[in-house]
Design a protein around this ligand. Structure first.
Ligand code: PRT
Ligand code: ZN
Length: 285
C-alpha cells in the first residue's frame, strides 16, 4: 500500500506543534534517536524530519508529498507547490523595522536605505509594488543586530512578540506579510496519495474546528429558556434537558472561541446560571 510522505521541521519553532497536530489526528509515531524519518503505526504516513528551508524544494521535487512549513518560507522560496490548509500555529509577521532614533513617517523614507533581511525575494517584491528604491542585503541570521553593527540602516524580519526588536533598539514600521504554518503539497500527487492526503486533511479540519469552539452547559430557569435559546448559536440547535428541579433546564451548545466571552456575558445577563465550559476534541459535521 502507498504511504504518503510528510516533511516536518526537524527541530525549531514548528516541531512541537507539527507533532502535536499528528497526535491530535490520532496518528501514532515513534520518533527514533536519529530523527531522520519514521513511519506512522496506524496511518499510511511516513514522516521526514528536515530543515524548514529545504521543505519547499523537497515538495516541488516530490521527495516529500506534503509538508508543514511557514507560509513565509514557502512564499520566499517560490517553489511550485499547493497550499492545502492553514494550521493556526507558528503565527508571526514579516515586518520592516528601523532604529528607534530614526524619525520614520512613511514608506518613502526607506528610499536609499540599506535593509538587511533573510527574505530578499519578499522584500524586493514589496518594494517593487510600492516603488521604493532601497538596497537589499541578504543575511542568513541575527538580522536584528545588523543596524547596531553598521551593516544596514534597517531590517526586514519575522516578528511575533516584538521583544527581539525592542531589545535591539528597533521599532516595527511596516508589515509585509502575515504568516502561519501551512500544510502544502506536491502539485502532481498520484491518485492513491491524494486519497490519503484527503483523509489526513479531513482529520486536520476536524481538529481545527474543535480547537476554535467550546462546548458550554448552562442551567436556565424555564421562563428564560426561549430567550436564551434564540440567542445561542450551536451546531444545529442547542440540546435542552430537564433538571431534577423542574423549574430549570440544562442547555448544551457549541460556541466559537472568538465570540465566547461576549456570548457568555449576554447569557448571564439573560438569566443563565452555573455555566460550564469544556474543550472539544474533534468536530465532524
Ligand atoms: O533549523 P531550521 O532551518 O529548520 O529552523 P529556523 O531556525 O530557520 O526556523 P525557526 O525554527 O526559528 O522558525 C520556523 C518558523 O517558525 C518560521 O519560518 C516562521 O514561520 C515561524 N515563526 C513564528 C518564527 C517566529 N514566530 C519568530 N518569532 N520564526 C522566527 N522567529 C524569530 C525571528 O526571526 C526573530 O529572530 O524570532 C525572533 C522574533 O521573535 P519575537 O517574539 O521577539 O518578536
Ligand atoms: Zn530555517
Amino acid at each position: 500500500m502507498d504511504k504518503l510522505k510528510i516533511a516536518i521541521q526537524k527541530s525549531g519553532r514548528l516541531y512541537d506543534d507539527s507533532i502535536k497536530l499528528l497526535k491530535d489526528c490520532s496518528i501514532e509515531i515513534n520518533i527514533g534517536i536519529d530523527k531522520l524519518k519514521t513511519t506512522a503505526l496506524n496511518f499510511p504516513l511516513e514522516v521526514l524530519f528536515l530543515r524548514d528551508d529545504d521543505i519547499p524544494q523537497y515538495l516541488e521535487d516530490g521527495v516529500a508529498d506534503i509538508g508543514i512549513v511557514g507560509k513565509n518560507v514557502l512564499l520566499e522560496k517560490r517553489k511550485k507547490v499547493k497550499i492545502k490548509e492553514t494550521l493556526g500555529f507558528g503565527k508571526c509577521r514579516l515586518s520592516i523595522a528601523v532604529p528607534k532614533s530614526l524619525s520614520y513617517k512613511r514608506l518613502n523614507d526607506l528610499n536609499g536605505k540599506r535593509i538587511a533581511t533573510s527574505y530578499p525575494f519578499l522584500i524586493k517584491e514589496f518594494f517593487i509594488k510600492k516603488s521604493i528604491n532601497a538596497d537589499i542585503h541578504e543575511i542568513s541570521g541575527a538580522v536584528e543586530i545588523a543596524p547596531g553593527i553598521g551593516l544596514a540602516d534597517c531590517i526586514c524580519d519575522l516578528v511575533s512578540s516584538g521583544s527581539t526588536l525592542f531589545m535591539n533598539g528597533l521599532k516595527e514600521v511596516e508589515t509585509i506579510l502575515q504568516s502561519e504554518a501551512v500544510l502544502a503539497s506536491n502539485i502532481n500527487l498520484i491518485y492513491s496519495k491524494n486519497i490519503i492526503m484527503d483523509k489526513l486533511l479531513f482529520r486536520i479540519r476536524a481538529v481545527k474546528k474543535a480547537k476554535n469552539n467550546k462546548y458550554i452547559l448552562l442551567n436556565v430557569p424555564n421562563d428564560r429558556l426561549e430567550k436564551i435559546i434564540s440567542y445561542l448559536p450551536g451546531i444545529k440547535s442547542p440540546v435542552i434537558l430537564p433538571l431534577a428541579n423542574s423549574e430549570c433546564s440544562s442547555v448544551h451548545s457549541v460556541v466559537n472561541e472568538n465570540d465566547f466571552w461576549g456570548i457568555v456575558e449576554n447569557l448571564k445577563s439573560l438569566g443563565a446560571q452555573d455555566i460550564l465550559v469544556l474543550p472539544i476534541e474533534k468536530i465532524i459535521l
